[in-house]
Design a protein. Structure first.
Length: 374
């Protein structure tokens, strides 16, 4: 007697893949659309509850398929209403998702990798190292679970209006799975989000930025954090492969496809590192030809970084210099830092695989870190 094969997780299928899967089983295309609505709009996980599906199809689904999101390890709510879930993705790895409620919108920040290989100096996720890419089901499963946890239902009463791919990992280094998840977010039979309300944040993987523009353009945020290559090489090591000149050119190309007419540049404010008036003037010159806005992010300290947050007065002065140059500039409000859910704090419960602090100490000792107060 042959062993039963593992059921197929339907969360792993974008609309085209689900249609193909149904077609291979003799089902018409509208059945895939029905399934999408049940799974992603109603948040259903019980095939027998999908009452407008034929009984024969429900029985087939019971034997061949499942709807399985990552299991929740912990669920914490901040004093400011921010909610963070720690999700189990197996083999001792965990990812984090964060919901940020505001008066006029609710934003879910989701992860695309277990850990991160980019290893930005100021990010605690990079400190833990990289384990693997998340599957489509593990990415979209964060949105699926959050909708259920926050009370979304089949009447499409939702509190999540925006999704940002700004959690753990570099989305463009998990390209295929990220694109499939984006297509589910945008599909009218699934989550039906506007391209303007889905934002992908990248540290600057230039070739994949071009692919994203051609394949599935959404709002784009670029983690900039430095106005020149020498400093960015230290803060964002990916810059050594794709330096600022190439990155700015990629941003200009992306705007031909983007749903918004500007690029958002994210800039973490590090005391004595990248926050001087001269740095602001360098930034103004750098982005001169790129329609953009700046989101200044007060650094959220963690012990291993050796870095400190810029003073509020320094951030304000820096912001005014950019605004005086005609650049729309906002300062991100720190949310959820009491539950380690603020920007740069997502690290999950995994071990440090990078020995980052040891390497930083060695680099500082031998004078290889330029312009950074370690």
């Amino acid at each position: 007697m042959s062993a039963r094969t593992e059921p197929t997780n339907l969360l792993d299928f974008d609309p085209a893949a689900l249609m193909a899967w149904c077609g291979a089983r003799g089902e018409k295309a509208f059945r895939a659309r029905q399934l999408l609505r049940w799974i992603h709009q109603a948040g259903a996980s019980d095939f027998q509850a999908m009452t407008d599906l034929a009984k024969s199809l429900r029985e087939k689904l019971e034997h061949e398929a499942c709807i399985q999101a990552p299991a929740v390890l912990s669920d914490h709510t901040s004093a400011d209403g921010t909610r963070k879930w720690l999700l189990d993705v197996g083999q001792g790895n965990a990812i984090e998702s964060v919901f940020i409620p505001e008066a006029n919108r609710g934003t879910l920040c989701i992860s695309t990798q277990a850990g991160c290989a980019v290893n930005c100096r100021f990010c605690s996720t990079g400190h833990q190292g990289f384990n693997r890419n998340l599957s489509v089901g593990e990415i979209i499963g964060q949105l699926w679970w959050a909708n259920r946890a926050l009370g979304a239902n089949e009447k499409d009463e939702r509190v999540i209006s925006n999704v940002v791919l700004m959690g753990m990992g570099e989305p463009l280094l998990n390209y295929d799975h990220t694109i499939s998840a984006l297509r589910l977010m945008l599909d009218d039979h699934a989550y039906g989000l506007s391209r303007r309300r889905v934002t992908l944040s990248t540290s600057g993987v230039v070739p994949m930025m071009d692919r994203l523009g051609a394949d599935c353009p959404v709002a784009l945020a670029v983690s900039l954090h430095a106005p020149n290559d020498a400093l960015r090489d230290v803060l964002v090591p990916l810059n050594k492969k794709y330096p600022l000149r190439e990155l700015m050119a990629a941003c200009q190309r992306y705007l031909a496809f983007a749903p918004r007419d500007f690029i958002t540049f994210e800039y973490v404010m590090l005391d004595g590192v990248n926050d001087s008036d001269d740095h602001a003037r360098e930034l103004i010159a750098l982005v001169r030809d790129v329609p953009c806005k700046f989101n200044l992010i007060p650094f959220n300290p963690f012990p291993e970084s050796g870095l400190h947050r810029s003073a509020a007065a320094r951030i304000k002065t820096f912001s005014l210099l950019l605004q005086d140059a005609g650049i729309v500039t906002t300062v991100r409000k720190t949310r959820g830092d009491d539950i380690d859910a603020a920007c740069g704090q997502l690290a999950g419960e995994v071990q440090d695989r990078t020995r980052l602090q040891q390497r930083l100490e060695q680099s500082t000792k031998f004078g290889r870190i330029v312009g950074v107060n370690a």
